[in-house]
Write a protein that binds this ligand. Structure first.
Ligand SMILES: Nc1ncnc2c1ncn2[C@@H]1O[C@H](COP(=O)(O)OP(=O)(O)OP(=O)(O)O)[C@@H](O)[C@H]1O
Length: 268
C-alpha cells in the first residue's frame, strides 16, 4: 500500500511544490513507484515535471468532482516510475463547488483507493490555504510533511497549522501523523537562517521530527521549473539537487509509527 504524504503549509511560497516535485523525483530515481498529485490550482507541480497544462483533458478537478476516475487523469513523466495527477486552474473551482457536496473532505481519499496498491509513495502538493483542497490532502494522507522557509516569520502560522492537523485527526483521519518538518531556502550567509533553524528545532523538540537535511537557497532550484524539469534532470550536481536527494533518502528511511500501523492493517 502506497504511503500517502500531504505536503502542507498555509503560507505561500515556502517550497511546497519544489519539495513535492523533487522528493517525488528522487524517490522514483531510487527505484520506487511514485504518484505526484497536484492539489494546487496554480499547477506548479504539474509544470515542474514538464506537463503542459494546455494539453490536458482532465485533471484533479474532474476527479474531485467525481467526473473522472483517478486512473483516467494520471500521466507518466520523463522520469521512469514517476507519475503525475495534474492540476490546472480549473481546480480552483473545486474549492467552491465542493462546499455543499457530500463527503466533500473525502473525495481525494476515495479517488486514491483504487491506485494506492500500485504505488510505494503518493505525494500530494497543497495550495497555500487551509481550505477544502488542503483538507482533502490531509484526510487522504498517512502523514503530513511541512516545509518551512528559513525567513523572519517562519514560526508564524505554525500553531494554527498544527491545530488544523489535530482537528483533521479528531474528525476526519485519526491515523494522520506529522511525518516531519523540512527547512527550506536556507542561506548560509545569513545569521537569520541559522536562527530560524534553531528556533524551529526548539519549537518542535520532542513533538515533531525536524528532518536533518536542510534545503539550501539555490538558484538552480528556482530555474528548474521553467524548464519543466525536476532538479535531478536539470542540474543533478548542484547543492539543491544533493539536498533533495538526501531528503528523499531520509523520508524513505523514516516511517512514522501511525503510517506503519495503517499500512499493516490494510495489508492484513
Ligand atoms: N531552495 C530553494 N532555493 C531557491 N528558490 C526556491 C527554493 N525553493 C523554492 N524556491 C522558489 O521559491 C518560489 C516558491 O516555491 P514553491 O512554489 O515551491 O513554494 P509553494 O509553497 O509551493 O508556493 P505556493 O504556496 O504559492 O504554492 C518558487 O519560485 C521556487 O522556484
Amino acid at each position: 500500500m502506497g504511503r500517502v504524504i500531504a505536503i502542507v503549509n498555509q503560507k505561500g511560497g515556502v517550497g511546497k511544490s519544489t519539495t513535492a516535485v523533487n522528493l517525488a523525483a528522487y524517490m522514483a530515481l531510487a527505484g520506487r513507484k511514485v504518484l505526484l498529485v497536484d492539489g494546487d490550482p496554480q499547477g506548479n507541480a504539474t509544470t515542474g515535471v514538464g506537463v503542459n497544462k494546455r494539453e490536458l483533458e482532465g485533471c484533479v478537478y474532474h476527479v474531485l468532482m467525481n467526473e473522472r476516475p483517478m486512473e483516467a487523469v494520471i500521466r507518466a513523466t520523463e522520469i521512469a516510475g514517476l507519475d503525475l495527477a495534474p492540476a490546472t486552474i480549473d481546480l480552483a473551482g473545486a474549492e467552491i463547488e465542493l462546499v455543499s457536496a457530500l463527503s466533500r473532505e473525502f473525495r481525494l481519499k476515495r479517488a486514491l483507493e483504487p491506485v494506492r496498491s500500485v504505488y510505494d509513495y503518493i505525494l500530494v502538493d497543497s495550495p497555500p490555504s487551509l481550505g477544502l483542497l488542503t483538507l482533502n490532502g490531509l484526510a487522504a494522507a498517512d502523514e503530513a510533511l511541512v516545509p518551512i522557509q528559513c525567513e523572519f516569520y517562519a514560526l508564524e502560522g505554525l500553531s494554527q497549522l498544527m491545530r488544523t492537523i489535530e482537528m483533521v485527526r479528531e474528525h476526519l483521519n485519526p491515523d494522520l501523523v506529522v511525518g516531519g518538518v523540512v527547512l527550506t531556502m536556507y542561506d548560509a550567509r545569513t545569521n537569520l537562517s541559522q536562527q530560524v533553524v534553531d528556533d524551529v528545532r526548539s519549537f518542535f523538540a520532542g513533538k515533531v521530527r525536524v528532518f536533518e537535511t536542510v534545503i539550501p537557497r539555490n538558484v538552480r532550484l528556482t530555474e528548474a521549473p521553467s524548464h519543466g524539469k525536476p532538479i535531478a534532470l536539470y542540474d543533478p550536481g548542484c547543492r539543491g539537487a544533493e539536498a533533495y536527494r538526501e531528503l528523499a533518502e531520509e523520508v524513505m528511511r523514516y516511517e512514522p509509527a501511525g503510517a506503519r500501523q495503517r499500512a499493516a492493517g490494510a495489508d492484513s
